[in-house]
Design a protein around this ligand. Structure first.
Ligand SMILES: Nc1ncnc2c1ncn2[C@@H]1O[C@H](COP(=O)(O)OP(=O)(O)O)[C@@H](O)[C@H]1O
Ligand SMILES: Cc1ncc(COP(=O)(O)OP(=O)(O)O)c(N)n1
Length: 274
């Protein structure tokens, strides 16, 4: 028998396959980990936008938690679109009953097409119930602005926001910069680690609207490699590179915000990184 690291995504599906649970599973498979799912919601969605969404009943979400915890040996979990306050509460309850390793929270609020994937009351529940459980939280710029309650214009605004979010209880905070290219067309993400150190991770910007599922892809890559035992600092450069290559080597699917290429090859280098 071959031992394989096991991970789970606790999120919603995307009918068109580019974001949400679908992007998570493709990234997990690419990185060679075994992936399970706790489905929180389903969306009728394509590369133009989200046409409809449907939450899974809270008691069923808790049954999914129990099924997984009774059988699998999950080392890391990531959350995605949780839709509303009831679902956030169910996930927090499930997590407290059946801890599934390191928790990575992708606080998905609004899809690129503009659809809301987290209601306003759910944002407070996310802050109070889920963020304190997080090993890592990965807001994009608009999500970080909502969490801290002010706009983030400068690098020092971003640094201060990360400190504020860390004080809400997340061990590590990654603020993704995909919604704003710098003046020299770079996309910079800022990460504040639990030991107080921090870094900017930068790549050239790719001029494209084919970025459906970028955030999911980045956070799933991190989740997979945490489950393999790598430490967060050693994962981050490759996570950024994987996402960059998955955008750059674009595939011809859909007519709007196209999905990424989850076949690209970027792997962690050696066991010495662990
Ligand atoms: N056009 C682009 N060129 C290069 N990197 C990008 C581009 N768009 C997004 N990224 C990167 O993709 C990752 C996800 O970022 P972002 O788009 O902000 O997340 P989300 O999908 O959650 O909104 C980040 O590492 C960001 O820097
Ligand atoms: C079901 C579902 N979950 C998450 C998202 C958002 O994914 P994200 O990686 O933030 O990328 P965009 O959709 O914003 O491009 C989603 N759309 N659907």
């Amino acid at each position: 028998m071959i031992d394989v690291p096991q991970v789970i995504t606790i999120a919603s599906t995307d009918a068109s396959g580019g974001a949400g649970i679908n992007a998570d599973l493709k990234t997990f498979h690419n990185q060679g980990v075994y992936a399970a799912t706790i489905v929180v919601g389903i969306t009728a969605q394509n590369t133009y936008g989200v046409q409809d969404q449907h939450p899974i009943p809270a008691n069923f979400i808790l049954e999914e938690f129990k099924s997984i915890a009774d059988d699998l040996d999950i080392k890391a979990a990531k959350t995605g679109a949780l839709l509303d306050e009831t679902r956030v509460h169910a996930v927090a309850q499930g997590w407290q009953a059946y801890n599934l390793g390191k928790l990575i929270i992708d606080p998905v609020m609004v899809a690129k097409g503009g659809a809301h994937l987290l209601s306003d009351p759910a944002i407070e529940a996310l802050k109070n119930e889920l963020i304190p459980l997080a090993f890592l939280i990965t807001p994009n710029l608009p999500e970080a602005e909502v969490l801290v309650g002010n706009s983030l214009e400068t690098n020092s605004d971003i640094i201060n926001a990360a400190i504020k979010i860390q004080k809400m209880g997340a061990d590590n905070v990654l603020i993704k910069g995909g919604h704003r290219a710098s003046t020299n067309n770079e996309y910079a993400d800022y990460i504040l680690y639990e030991d107080g150190s921090s870094e900017w991770l930068t790549t050239p910007g790719i001029k494209t609207n084919r970025t459906h599922g970028t955030g999911d892809t980045l956070s799933s890559f991190i989740t997979a490699n945490l489950a393999k035992g790598y430490n967060l600092k050693s994962i981050m450069p490759q996570a950024k590179e994987f996402t960059y290559e998955a955008i750059r080597q674009t595939i011809n699917v859909g007519h709007g915000h196209g999905p990424l290429n989850h076949w690209v090859k970027v792997t962690m280098e050696t066991e010495d990184n662990q």
